[in-house]
Design a protein. Structure first.
Length: 218
């Protein structure tokens, strides 16, 4: 009987010791938690500040008010980088840009122009090119026409039976060689009409048609 009592007392003491040890361990953990939480919060704040303090360089181009290269916090988004570049223009196509994407060092952010604006700009360029080409062609045509009129007005009627070789060269299409042939041909018989010029080697019907209005038979 006494042995059983001793055994029960031993078990009771052992259980009491376990309970006390468990309570002490729990109390130590409870005391340690606030300190750990504060330490973790401090470390997180330091990390966050370090991330914010880090600067990256990005290029913003396209439909923004002030395209260029900007230094921005590493934690910022594309939207903030665009804001640093003055914001979007009226014809910017923001639907084709991921504004919430995080930026990275060396990143190029290009904001496209709306399709309608691009089409309108292309049409204006084409219209300008056509206008320039038209004015150029008109200028050339007018210049050619004016030159022809000037040349025609400068040619006076030439008497083919008495004109010298140099005077005959004033006729359209008549050079030194052909002028000399006219002189040699009329030695064999005077020209009685403009059609007699067909006797001259090198003068055909086409050339005669150009000369007819500028020759006189004396």
């Amino acid at each position: 009987m006494q042995a059983k009592v001793k055994k029960l007392i031993f078990i009771a003491v052992l259980l009491t010791g376990c309970i006390i040890t468990s309570l002490i361990s729990t109390n130590d953990k409870a005391k340690a938690l606030p300190g750990d939480s504060i330490l973790q919060s401090a470390q997180s704040a330091v990390t966050s500040k370090a991330a914010q303090a880090k600067i990256v360089r990005v290029q913003v181009s396209g439909a923004v008010l002030e395209p260029g290269i900007y230094d921005v916090p590493a934690s910022c988004r594309v939207e903030e980088a665009i804001a640093a570049a003055g914001g979007l223009t009226e014809n910017a196509d923001s639907e084709r840009v991921n504004l919430v994407r995080k930026v990275r060092d060396g990143m190029q952010i290009r904001v496209p122009v709306q399709k309608a604006a691009r089409t309108s700009r292309t049409q204006r360029k084409k219209a300008q090119v056509k206008s320039d080409l038209g004015e150029s062609a008109l200028g050339k045509s007018g210049s050619t026409k004016a030159g022809a009129e000037k040349n025609n007005s400068a040619v006076q009627s030439v008497r083919i039976n008495s004109a010298s070789a140099s005077e005959l060269q004033q006729l359209p299409g008549i050079g030194p060689a052909l002028a000399q042939r006219i002189v040699e041909t009329r030695k064999n018989g005077r020209f009685t009409s403009a059609d007699d010029l067909l006797r001259v080697p090198g003068i055909g019907k086409a050339k005669l048609a150009k000369l007819r209005d500028y020759v006189e038979v004396d």
